[in-house]
Design a protein around this ligand. Structure first.
Ligand code: GLC
Length: 798
């Protein structure tokens, strides 16, 4: 069953049936102001932080599941009938009205056609302003003049989300709202820096600032009293629950289109005035929307592919890139799942996310890298979850006033945790990401940049990376394998204080990346020492971790094996085996064998399971994973994040058919017509998909914010299509299905454009026979070409 389709040419996903099983969301805003909105315009806005600076309210996990939202109501003043431009909240019968939602790159467009009125609400945030615009159009197709009323509705939230949720004796009396000069201002009396506003391009005929006046007693957003009666109550109050409802009466002549703009923003009424003046001109709205489209065009133009696989093209050229960028910009803190309780950066998550988009968002990637390096302690480990704001001087305080609503910001000293809370993998991920950033930008001097440690002292980026690696060298257990510490990448596998095979593999991978950087900087002694260390790790891994058909996952503190054929449950894990190969620690033969075992035991039509069989009996020596229901999340679901590691592993083994088999199983695009099983958005990766040990096998959960986004983008662009910027040039090393006759990629790198055409006359899966740059044979990486040039690269596989 399908609910919509990919409009590839317009880079939009179009939802034709709004009664989707779960909300299908989109992200609006590319800088400080952001909103997460469903295909029914449900959701919330925030400024910089969904936790500390919330703008609109959201009743998470509510019934229905996406209320309230950023709504426009239309009322036929002749008949009293009303509807919303998104299907919900009014939820008019689909027999009487047709609704479409177009989710695009940082905008969503809701449209409704009913009773001879075509309505549209386009929501976006201009790149340069902290204001969310609703560009509303109403076209009369009925052939007779129509008297209409239009209403906006948002429910304002107290800015600190915990206070809004839990401390009503505070939140209900510490804010107020009023309407003056056609602008509703929501304010915090004693915090003169905190204001939100709702404005519109017209002079309102009525307004409501009090939520409960607008809705009416025992009513909801479905049937607000003000809309039903055709007029707001002009309510305003200090204290209470507040909303932004502005009402306008319109006469729309046959064939006529009326256009109104609403503006939801951050700042006091004066800012609202300025935005009102600016965006009352529809030409300005159009210009800013065009600028947003141009912003994304510039990004996606850096890498565009044309392959025999439409699903791969749609994801890589638009959706997967968009999702990967979203993770770098908003980390894990704003979605319908993460609803504001997790501000800041997860060390390992963000370290991996930035691997994916240094080519389209170098500035944000660099900012994230610097924040993460600052969140590293001198001993080399990373602070598992921290808010980089902690390291910035506090500004928002009134001198001498202690404010009850200010959530105290901890001092840097308070957030430094000891080894018992340290995850063994966190800081290792950043080594490859720093390398990738420098290869993409050629900003070699970044490696010398001085960055403080969280616990004092300063060192170069290069030295930070060395400490991350040295930390893992020091933290080994009795088998010589890295200790698991609190947990490794798998949050639920605590190993009871034991050792983690995957961290030893990851350590090896970090070393290889570090060696490449050290070689580029001419640090020969480091290259030699790290090369010797990497060889030792490989030896330990082969001696201690090879289980006969695949690699172990680790040892418990008591020395029992995890992820062994000897075990009854949890015999084989995806993370350790795919990383064994991705990290090049595995021997080629064991690499092939273990990935064959992954295919045999972990593959399903919806992707690779994390572990098989799932655990059914609690065992705290193994960890919390054994207390998760079988088939869910880390305990035997198809956990998306390591799936692309397996794809990279297969590419490193040169097996393009297998890589594509794994890719296609997880591909959301491929599940567009199976929404009765998948339920979640078919245009983004989800954190996990219920595994075969669960009754809902195939159901996807937790869309958008997942490490699989960045990793899948990296796996496809760098390893399947095989286009990798390096210190010496651009490597083109595809690993594709044997049936592909070839593919084309346009890649911008260091200011030059490369039109890459790969042909595969012998239907190989891997291997390059010859490559030509502008007609000339070249061996090895393609050297960077002069800025502004357009170059052809022909690659013949064999
Ligand atoms: C979640 C966490 C991530 C972790 C993964 C596996 O996605 O955000 O840090 O690696 O679960 O446990």
């Amino acid at each position: 069953m399908r609910y919509g389709y990919f409009d590839v040419a317009n880079r939009e996903y179009v939802i034709e049936r709004p009664d989707v099983p779960v909300s299908w969301t989109n992200y609006i805003g590319v800088k400080d102001l952001g909103a997460v909105l469903s295909h029914n315009a449900g959701g919330y806005a925030f400024y910089q932080s969904a936790e500390h600076h919330r703008i609109t309210r959201f009743r998470q996990n509510g019934v229905p599941l996406d209320r309230p939202g950023h709504y426009v109501y239309v009322r036929d003043d002749d008949t009293g009938e009303y509807w919303s431009l998104s299907w919900q909240p009014v939820g008019k019968s689909l027999a009487q009205a047709s609704y479409h939602c177009r989710h695009g790159l940082s905008y969503s467009k809701f449209s409704c056609d009913t009773r001879g009125i075509q309505g549209e609400q386009l929501i976006f945030i201009p790149i340069e302003e902290d204001v969310e615009l609703w560009d509303v159009r109403l076209r009369n197709t009925s052939g007779r003049p129509r008297q209409l009323s239009v209403f906006s509705y948002v429910e304002f939230s107290f800015h600190h989300i915990n206070i809004d949720n839990q401390n009503l004796q505070m939140s209900l009396y510490a804010s107020g709202a009023s309407c003056a000069d056609s602008i509703i201002e929501y304010d915090f009396f004693y915090e003169p820096w905190s204001f939100h506003y709702l404005a519109a391009s017209f002079q309102p005929d009525s307004f409501d600032c009090r939520r409960d006046s607008f809705l009416g007693p025992y009513r909801t957003e479905t049937d607000p009293l003000a809309v039903e009666r055709g007029e707001c109550f002009n309510s305003a109050e200090l204290g209470g629950n507040h909303c932004g409802a502005l009402h306008k009466r319109l006469t729309v002549m046959p064939g006529e289109e009326r256009r109104l703009t609403f503006m939801l923003g951050v700042g006091p009424r004066q800012t609202g005035q300025a935005m009102r003046a600016k965006y009352s001109d529809p030409a300005q709205v159009d210009a800013d929307f065009a600028a947003l489209k141009e912003f994304w065009r510039k990004k996606y133009s850096v890498f565009q592919c044309h392959t025999p696989h439409p699903g791969l093209d749609a994801m890589i050229n638009t959706w997967n890139l968009y999702q990967a960028e979203t993770n770098v910009v908003w980390s894990r803190f704003a979605s319908f799942i993460e609803v504001g309780g997790r501000t800041g950066l997860g060390y390992r998550d963000t370290s991996q996310d930035v691997l994916s988009v240094p080519h389209t968002n170098p500035a944000k990637c660099k900012q994230r890298l610097m924040e993460l390096l600052h969140g590293q302690v001198q001993q080399g480990y990373g602070l598992h979850l921290f808010d980089p704001e902690v390291f910035k001087p506090q500004a928002d305080q009134l001198p001498g006033v202690k404010l009850p609503t200010v959530v105290p910001t901890p001092s840097p000293a308070d957030i430094i945790h000891g080894l018992e809370h340290t995850c063994s993998d966190d800081a290792l991920w950043i080594v490859a990401s720093v390398g990738e950033y420098v290869k993409e930008t050629a900003e070699i001097e970044f490696l010398d940049q001085q960055i403080p440690f969280a616990d004092g002292g300063t060192a170069s980026v290069y030295e930070h990376l060395r400490r991350a690696i040295d930390f893992s060298t020091a933290q080994v257990g009795p088998h010589g394998v890295c200790k698991g510490l609190r947990a490794d990448w798998n949050d639920c596998l605590n190993l009871g204080g034991g050792e983690s095979a995957m961290v030893s593999f990851l350590h090896h991978w970090a070393l290889l990346n570090f060696i490449e950087i050290a070689r580029r900087l001419g640090r020969t002694a480091d290259v030699e020492a790290c090369t010797a260390r990497a060889a030792q790790i490989r030896q330990v891994c082969e001696e201690q971790l090879w289980d006969g058909q695949w690699y172990l996952r680790g040892f418990t503190r008591r020395g029992l094996k995890i992820g062994s054929a000897e075990n009854e449950e949890g015999k084989i894990f995806l993370e350790s085996n795919s990383l064994a190969v991705l990290s090049e620690a595995a021997t080629p033969e064991h690499g092939r064998q273990c990935m064959d075992a992954v295919d045999r035991h972990l593959f399903s039509p919806y992707g690779l399971h994390l572990v098989w069989p799932s655990f059914s009996r609690p065992d705290d020596d193994i960890g919390y994973i054994t207390r998760v229901y079988p088939g869910i999340k880390e305990n035997g679901a198809i956990f998306s994040h390591p799936n692309p590691w397996a794809i990279v592993a297969e590419c490193k083994l040169g097996r393009g058919d297998r890589a594509m088999k794994f890719h296609d199983a997880l591909l959301p695009y491929a599940q567009n017509d199976q929404i009765e099983i998948r339920e979640a958005e078919p245009y983004v990766y989800c954190q996990f998909i219920m595994g075969r040990d669960h009754t809902a096998h195939g159901r996807a959960r937790h869309p958008w914010l997942t490490g699989s986004a960045g990793w899948m983008y990296h796996a496809v662009t760098h390893w399947m299509l095989g286009i990798r910027p390096g210190f010496d040039g651009l490597t083109i090393d595809p690993c594709i299905p044997g049936q592909w006759p070839g593919f084309e990629v346009v890649r911008q790198w260091l200011g030059a454009t490369y039109l890459i055409k790969v042909t595969n006359p012998r239907l190989a899966q891997h291997g390059v026979k010859a490559q030509r740059l502008n007609g000339q044979l070249v061996t090895g990486p393609i050297p960077p070409q002069p800025v502004g040039t357009v170059n052809t690269v022909e690659v013949e596989m064999a």
